[in-house]
Structure formats: structure tokens, C-alpha cells
Write a new protein. Structure first.
Length: 253
């Protein structure tokens, strides 16, 4: 109950920033976040004190888990936030039709499919860190390309190329980041998978809410989104040092 209410109030306050005219000084936002922080503190205290907590505290801040939770949150903020905004960006900056703009996500999916299967088979040789770092760099590069003006291609072709690059990066990094946390406690796979999804989705919600709030106050929505893609790319670069805190693993499992 404490965890559910923490997420509920935290996300409610953050999503309120996406509405027109909202700001961080809004009493609704402040009240929701104060309640969320209070409930979050009570949840952590309960996890520390209870003999058999719903989520063991070691899965939140134990060796490797703290870093992986932070990685999943920031990864979700950058990648899920980026994916949700690509079609809108294509429409607002280049005037691409909605249906055509939506197909840009297909280019990203194709990139993921082409790489993810091979990345899974290669994990035993590469370990987790190298694919995560390489994937984050590729995704950051794809986001940066998308923020730039087209060179030598039509706007749609340029955006499709950038989306494909991010897809390749995701296909490389996601299998490694998924398995890195599971390897830390194989007997807690269900709880780890749930936390992984929670942190990624929470990061995505934060990114979309903050970005749409900024767009509501921007004079040029297309350029404002381009700037947000550069910020997402920088977030991915900031994740890279955190990967060094995650225990690596090679060989058979």
C-alpha cells in the first residue's frame, strides 16, 4: 500500500506539470510530491524494519541494485520519453503527416529486432557493461542526429535514419541491462523484473510530463523538442559511469 500510494501521488504531481499553465510552484504539484516523499520514507522504513518485507531493501540499494535502479529510471526517462515524442516532433517541426510520423517508430523497432537477438547470445562473451555502454552511446548519437537539421536526405528519411540508430542502440543495451540486475539475485527474479519496469516507466512519465510542460510554454515546439532530445542524449551519457558500479558477468549462467 505504501509503495502504491508513493507512486500514485508522485506520478500524479509530475503529470500535472504537463497541463497548460502548470509549474513547479503549483500548490497541487507541491502537495502531491510532499505526500509522495512522506509515504516513500515510510515505505523504506517499513522495508528496513520488517522481517519479511514486500520488497527487500537490498533490492533497492544493495550491491549493484542501487546503481541498476538509477540506470533503469534514467534510461526510461531518456528512451521512453524520446519514443513517445518522436511522432509529435516530426509533425511539429517538419509538417509530416500523423500516420507517416507514426511509422518512424517502426524504423526504431526494426533496429532493435536486428540486434537484440544477437546481443543476447553474445552476453556470455561480452558481459553486461560493454553492451550497455555501447548501446547508450548509440542511442545518444541517434537522438543527437534527430535533433539536427536534415543533411542530404528528406526530413522523413533523416528522422527514420536517426530512429533506426536509436533502435540498434536499444537492441544492444536492453538485453544487457535486463539481465544485469537478474544475475544479482536469481532467487528474486519476479521482484527484480517488477522493480525494473516500475523505475523505467516512472522515468518515462517524468520525462514526458516535464517535456510537455516545457513545450506548453515554448514559442517553437519543434525546436524545443529538438533541445529535449539533446538533453535525453546527455542523460544517457551520465548513465555510463553508473554501469561501472554494476557487477559484470561472463561465461555460462
Amino acid at each position: 500500500m505504501l509503495l502504491a500510494l508513493t507512486i500514485l501521488f508522485g506520478m500524479y504531481g509530475i503529470t500535472s506539470l504537463g497541463s497548460s499553465g502548470a509549474s513547479v510552484t503549483d500548490p497541487l504539484f507541491i502537495a502531491a510530491e510532499v505526500i509522495a516523499v512522506t509515504l516513500g520514507f515510510l515505505f523504506v522504513r517499513h522495508a528496513n524494519r520488517d522481517a519479511d518485507p514486500f520488497i527487500p531493501i537490498t533490492l533497492l540499494r544493495g550491491r549493484g541494485f542501487g546503481a541498476m535502479n538509477a540506470i533503469n529510471f534514467l534510461f526510461g526517462a531518456a528512451v521512453l520519453g524520446f519514443g513517445a515524442l518522436v511522432p509529435l516532433y516530426a509533425e511539429s517541426r517538419y509538417g509530416i503527416q500523423p500516420l507517416q510520423a507514426g511509422t518512424l517508430l517502426t524504423a526504431r523497432a526494426v533496429g532493435m529486432i536486428c540486434v537484440a537477438g544477437l546481443a543476447v547470445f553474445a552476453l556470455r562473451r561480452t558481459g553486461y557493461r560493454a553492451p550497455m555502454i555501447g548501446g547508450f552511446l548509440l542511442v545518444a548519437g541517434g537522438m543527437t542526429v534527430m535533433a539536427l537539421a536534415p543533411h542530404g536526405l528528406t526530413p522523413y528519411g533523416w528522422l527514420a535514419l536517426a530512429a533506426g540508430i536509436t533502435g540498434v542502440g536499444m537492441g544492444l543495451s536492453i538485453p544487457a541491462s535486463n539481465n544485469a540486475s537478474l544475475q544479482l539475485a536469481p532467487d528474486q527474479i519476479s521482484a527484480i523484473a517488477g522493480l525494473r519496469g516500475m523505475f523505467r516507466q516512472s522515468g518515462g512519465i517524468v520525462a514526458v510530463s516535464v517535456t510537455t510542460s516545457r513545450l506548453a510554454h515554448a514559442g517553437n515546439g519543434g525546436l524545443a523538442q529538438a533541445h529535449s532530445f539533446v538533453v535525453f542524449a546527455l542523460v544517457l551519457l551520465l548513465i555510463i559511469p553508473l554501469t561501472l558500479l554494476v557487477p559484470d558477468h561472463r561465461g555460462s549462467w
